[in-house]
Each structure stands twice: as structure tokens, then as C-alpha cells.
Design a protein around this ligand. Structure first.
Ligand code: ADP
Ligand code: MG
Length: 482
């Protein structure tokens, strides 16, 4: 492991708590719908509000998603976990408590691996537990009033908690992106950050290297990767400034304001004891039989890291390529189709990580919307691999495919006159002419000047109108000059 990067002599320490909204149809303890965007208070039923006489009933689909998550990151799935009441007062929580898991969570331990640049990182998870969401306060500035929308009350969440393992805002964002990839890949969460389906709280502290952990402040509800980075960077600078000015950091919960780019204290942080947690008497312990876990395991699709390992063994790709290509299911499928059709996995990888990625990033589209299909890319790669066209010509064909100028690779090569000259007889004739016309260069080459050789290659390429195969030109020229 490389030494941690310091900020003004301080080491940054970050731990994440992420709330992933589970992709069930109904709530975690009731049959009310969780569909986004409904009229306020049309999707909260008596159970969600814990009206007297109602009883919560566990949603099996939410449990199954928690199991899937645990299996995806190599956690222990607790055979018996317990729901607890977390007691607090807030207008959006008329029940007076939130049903969560405290002492015994359903998912325990596990690891998230990812690349930060080309360095491999591992963040350990403490736990992931099931809980219900609260309602929402809506502040209607134009009438000077606030209202409560309880539609979100009882929405199933998986709260995923890491150890304080991250050492920079870049690493924190890379972790969050990896986690986002995992939950969306296995389909337990739609990952929609604008709608709040994937919300990250970053716990941030700083310390001098070798010192015990500093006091942390928790930045709440970071719902974009860009804000995440900005908020942590601001918070780190703020904490260092405080300490340098001789102030102690107070444990607190803070909010990030994207308009000012600053974090602001919201409240001093409660301790677990303030919540008076106790087991919820309305819910029996959550029992998960090993058969259930095995059934879920057998039904799960191949995971990104398993698929990446397979790309290394089956296609001989470097680990970096394999990890990059398994950023999403769609990209992985695109690669496999192109690699298998062209039988040129490394070339397919280079093209997808290069030209294709550049285009989809610039257009802010997913690879599903790419106007060049995997089959078209495979056809293009095949023509490069068999020497019909050069890499450069390949880029022109790719351009034409992307902009819709043509659909068929061979037809485009033909109409644009991009075929390389593979007729060695014709090429030899050009080379003989170039040698005859450039005695100075030839003499310099024989005197050991490599530059002169390159000049001769350039002359041949020019005389062939760029259609000669550069490798072939090199070989023939060298043999002719002895
Ligand atoms: P709480 O019960 O108050 O939520 P936890 O012990 O569960 O506290 O920790 C919450 C999160 O804060 C975890 O992700 C953990 O890794 C992180 N964390 C704990 N201590 C520190 C620290 N000193 N600096 C940064 N992060 C921390
Ligand atoms: Mg916590």
C-alpha cells in the first residue's frame, strides 16, 4: 500500500453510510405503493403511520434484496437478525420511532473492491441493515408554510455502513461509484440519485499521521458524485483551518449547500443512547434459512468482479481493462459481443475503452444508445486485424458509422477508398522509386541515421496515398536497404 496522500500535513479519514432504496413495489412493512412522484399523502397507509391496532408485516422482497447485496460483497448473512425501534421526535415521523436494525443487522462484514486510477483499493463494510424511511417536510416558501408528505414513510432502505477506510475525497467518490454499480447491477436499487434512491452520508475527520482518529462530522444526503467531492474537499479544508486556529472539532451533522459550496452544521450529533433503541415487539426476529440464501445465490446473475475475472482468463485482458469494461452490464455485453464476433478481444477492449467511451461520454448517453452496434464495431475490428485497413482508416470508418453516414463497414471502406495496399508487387515498385529518388536519405540511413529511414517510410506512405500498410513498408524497405 502506498503512503496516504496528505492535505496540508493532515491525513483525511472518511467512512460512508449509504441509504439505498430497495426496488420493491410496496413498502417494507405494508402493502402501500412506493412509486415515485405521487400526490402528497396518497401512498401512506395506517401501518406506515403506526396507527393504533395496526401491525407491520415484513416484505419478503426487501429481505431477499438484502441477501443479494450481502452475497454480492462476500458478507455474512445473519441467520437471525432483529428489528429495533429508533425513537426520536420529528414532524415527518408521526410514529415517534423508526423501525431499523441495531444490535443484530441482517448483513455483516464484506468488502467493496475498486480501482482508484490504477491502484486497487478495498473498503471494508461494517454492516448493512434493513430499515424504513421517514416522511418528508415540504417547505412551501411561496405561501410561507411547511407541509408534511408521508408517502415516503415506510419505504424500504438498506443502510450500508463502511469502516473509516477511505483516505481522500477521490477515494470516497470511487467507493460510492463502485457501490452504486453493485446495487444497480444486481438490481436491488434503481440508483436514481436525483430522486433520492441512493443517498450517501460522508463521515469526515482529519488527523496528523500516526495519531488516533480525529472527531468526525457527518455530511448528510450527498446525492450527486460531483457534490460529494466538493463537500468533502470543503469539509476537510474547514476542519484543518479550525484545528490550525486552535479550535477542537465538535461532532456534528452538517449539510452541504451546492449554491455556496459550503457545509453548514445542522445539529450536534446524537449518540446511539439518545435513541433508546429496543427490539420492536411487533416484529418477530428475521429468520433466514440457509436454503433461502442458497436459492438466492443460485438465481443471481454473474457479479461484476466475477465477470471481470472471467474476462481476464477467457479473453486474456489486463485486469484494468476487465474492470473498466464491467462498469455496467450493458458495456460488458457490448464488449463480449464485439470480442466474440471479431475474435479480437484486446482490440475490442481498446476500441470500447477509447473511441466508443469518448463518444458516449461526450454525448452523455449510455452505451445502449450508441449509434455504432457491437456487430458493426466487430466488423470494423475484423478489417483492421486482417490488414484491410489501418487503425487510422478505422477511425474514419468509425466516424462515418457514428454520424450515420453509412451502416456497412465494407461499403464505407470501399466508398472512402481506405483499403491498404496489400499487393506487395505494387508496393515494391513504389519503394524502388522512392529509393532511387532519395539517394541522400539512403546514404544517411546507411551511415546509421534512423531519422533518414523514417523519412523514406514517409515518402512511401505519401506515394501510396496512405494506403500502404506501415508495417509492410518498414519490412520491405529494411530488407531492400540491406
Ligand atoms: P454512529 O452510530 O454515530 O452512526 P458509527 O460508529 O456507526 O457511528 O459510524 C458511522 C460512520 O462513521 C461509519 O461509516 C464509520 O466508518 C465512520 N467513522 C467513525 N469514526 C470516524 C472518524 N473518526 N472519522 C471518519 N469516519 C468515521
Ligand atoms: Mg450509524
Amino acid at each position: 500500500m502506498s503512503a496516504p496522500k496528505l492535505v496540508q500535513g493532515y491525513e483525511v479519514v472518511i467512512g460512508f453510510e449509504t441509504h439505498a432504496q430497495l426496488s420493491t413495489q410496496s413498502k417494507i412493512f405494508s402493502r402501500a405503493s412506493v412509486a415515485f412522484g405521487a400526490e402528497p399523502n396518497t401512498q401512506a397507509c395506517a401501518v406506515d403511520l403506526a396507527l393504533p391496532g395496526t401491525l407491520p408485516v415484513m416484505n419478503k422482497g426487501a429481505v431477499e434484496r438484502a441477501i443479494q447485496f450481502g452475497l454480492a460483497i462476500g458478507s455474512h448473512i445473519a441467520p437471525k437478525s432483529v428489528f429495533a425501534r429508533k425513537n426520536y421526535f420529528y414532524p415527518d415521523l408521526p410514529k415517534g420511532y423508526q423501525i431499523s436494525q441495531f444490535e443484530i443487522p441482517v448483513v455483516q462484514g464484506g468488502e467493496v473492491d475498486f480501482f482508484l486510477g490504477d491502484e486497487k483499493k478495498t473498503v471494508r463494510l461494517v454492516r448493512a441493515h434493513l430499515e424504513e424511511d421517514a416522511g418528508k417536510s415540504l417547505h412551501e416558501d411561496f405561501i410561507g408554510q411547511s407541509g408534511i408528505d408521508l408517502n415516503r414513510a415506510g419505504t424500504p432502505l438498506l443502510e450500508i455502513v463502511t469502516e473509516p477506510d477511505m483516505r481522500s475525497s477521490e477515494e470516497a467518490v470511487a467507493y460510492a461509484k463502485e457501490l452504486h454499480k453493485i446495487v444497480t447491477w444486481i438490481g436491488i436499487c434503481d440508483g436514481n440519485m436525483q430522486e433520492g434512491s441512493f443517498r450517501c452520508d460522508a463521515n469526515v475527520s482529519v488527523r496528523k499521521p500516526g495519531q488516533p482518529l480525529g472527531t468526525r462530522r457527518e455530511i448528510k444526503n450527498l446525492n450527486s458524485f460531483k457534490f460529494m467531492q466538493q463537500a468533502i474537499d470543503y469539509e476537510v479544508r474547514w476542519q484543518i483551518e479550525q484545528i490550525e486556529d486552535g479550535h477542537a472539532i465538535q461532532q456534528a451533522t452538517v449539510l452541504f449547500d451546492p449554491d455556496t459550496g459550503e457545509t453548514r452544521a445542522m445539529r450536534t450529533k446524537e449518540d446511539a443512547a439518545d435513541y433508546r433503541y429496543f427490539p420492536d415487539p411487533d416484529l418477530p426476529p428475521l429468520v433466514i434459512a440457509s436454503e433461502w440464501i442458497e436459492r438466492v445465490r443460485s438465481e443471481m446473475a454473474e457479479l461484476p468482479r466475477v465477470m471481470a475475472a472471467r474476462f481476464v482468463t477467457d479473453y486474456g485482458l489486463p485486469e484494468y481493462d476487465a474492470t473498466t469494461l464491467t462498469q455496467s452490464k450493458a458495456m460488458a455485453a457490448y464488449f463480449e459481443a464485439a470480442a466474440q464476433t471479431s475474435k479480437q478481444p484486446k482490440l475490442a477492449s481498446n476500441w470500447i475503452m477509447g473511441e466508443v467511451s469518448r463518444r458516449i461520454n461526450a454525448g452523455e448517453i449510455g452505451i445502449e444508445q450508441a449509434p455504432v452496434s457491437a456487430a458493426q464495431l466487430a466488423a470494423l475490428i475484423t478489417r483492421i486485424a486482417d490488414g484491410t485497413i489501418s487503425n487510422n482508416a478505422g477511425r474514419q470508418v468509425f466516424d462515418a458509422l457514428w454520424t450515420g453516414e453509412g451502416q456497412d463497414v465494407d461499403a464505407l471502406i470501399e466508398s472512402k477508398g481506405l483499403k491498404q495496399m496489400n499487393d506487395s508487387g505494387a508496393l515494391e515498385q513504389i519503394i524502388d522509386e522512392v529509393i532511387a529518388a532519395n539517394p541522400d536519405n539512403v546514404a544517411q540511413f546507411k551511415a546509421g541515421k534512423d531519422k533518414a529511414f523514417n523519412a523514406l517510410v514517409g515518402q512511401v506512405m505519401k506515394a501510396s496515398k496512405g494506403k500502404a500498410n506501415p508495417q509492410q513498408v518498414n519490412d520491405l524497405l529494411r530488407s531492400k536497404l540491406g
